[in-house]
Design a protein around this ligand. Structure first.
Ligand SMILES: NCc1[nH]cc(CCC(=O)O)c1CC(=O)O
Length: 309
């Protein structure tokens, strides 16, 4: 492959394409003369649209086809929402770069109501995320949570068609697509803990490709890397897939990283939370410590009930 070309494997959704174009622009900014090409592809997660994600099964629904393209040499890198990337990688591939995080919060979107508190009794809220469902149910057991799949535009269309009183989406996706004015209110991390990596974009590539790794290096954002490392370490140690509500959110003040975590039941009847603090350079250990704490406080029973093997 030519020394001066990088090919990006990407999903075709508007958000995925925005993220790929963002990485293309950053690469071209840092490396004048470099040609960056997009290779748009469909993934299993894009094709199976009629089933709740937690039931489609299999990890990495949105990334596998992109990984095969990199291993085949058809593409050099893949740009992902970190949230959609499984914690372990196929041999020969790794998450080389984590870019600066956008807003990590969930957003409440409604044409009639300002916030979750504002919703009338029994209102219908659309989300396919068990994590969001769990935390909303815990706040408001009276609400009816129904499934909502599709890319960001499709989901907004379903809200506008009157299928829901409100829907919950990641603020980052709406901001990137210049749809921020659709946000009625932000849901703070105190109200609902985000998913690990939410709002952060990561770049995967072949671990032995020194040329590509050198080109990608200026896109790395150190603080986001620490935060995402802690959040993903917690998930890895819990061995939680997408069938269990899990939230993880790290913040950094000075050199200190504070990680908050949550494991719950889909119906919100049981929620285990915890916090772990330490030097940011110990991000991974902080994540593991918190996972152990959550397991000992009852998360193990919740996970075991879901994953009966
Ligand atoms: N699960 C799909 C997905 N993957 C990443 C984002 C948003 C952007 C991000 O978190 O970086 C979304 C949409 C959503 O959750 O509303």
């Amino acid at each position: 492959m030519s020394q001066n070309v990088i090919r990006i494997a990407t999903r075709k959704s508007p958000l995925a394409l925005w993220q790929a174009e963002f990485v293309k622009a950053e690469l071209e900014k840092f490396h004048p003369g470099l040609t960056v090409e997009l290779l748009p592809m469909s993934t299993k997660g894009d094709i199976i649209l009629d089933t709740p994600l937690a039931k489609v099964g299999g990890k990495g629904l949105f990334v596998k086809e992109l990984e095969i393209a990199m291993l085949d040499g058809r593409a050099d890198i893949a740009v992902h929402s970190i949230k959609d990337v499984p914690v372990d990688f196929p041999d020969g591939l790794g998450l080389e770069v984590i870019c600066e995080r956008e807003d990590p919060r969930d957003a409440f979107v409604s044409n009639d109501y300002k916030s979750i508190d504002d919703l009338p009794k029994g209102a219908v809220v659309g989300t396919s995320s068990l994590r969001r469902q769990c935390q909303i149910r815990a706040m408001r057991p009276d609400l009816k949570i129904t499934d909502l799949r599709g890319n960001v535009g499709t989901r907004l269309g379903k809200l506008d068609a009157g299928n829901y009183d409100a829907i919950i989406l990641a603020a980052a996706g709406l901001k990137r697509l210049k749809l921020e004015e659709r946000i009625s209110s932000f849901i703070s991390a105190e109200e609902s803990l985000p998913a690990n990596g939410q709002g952060a974009v990561g770049i995967e590539c072949r671990t032995d490709d020194e040329r590509v790794k050198a080109l990608l290096a200026p896109l790395e954002h150190t603080e986001t890397r620490y935060r995402v490392t802690a959040e993903r370490a917690m998930n890895t140690h819990l061995q939680g897939g997408c069938q269990v509500p899990i939230g993880a959110f790290a913040e950094i003040q000075g050199d200190t990283l504070t990680l908050r975590g949550l494991v719950g039941n889909p119906d919100g009847s049981k929620i285990i939370t915890g916090t772990s603090v330490g030097p940011k350079t110990d991000a991974k250990a902080i994540g593991i410590t918190l996972a152990k704490e959550l397991l000992s406080k009852g998360a193990k029973e919740i996970l075991d009930a879901v994953y009966i093997k």
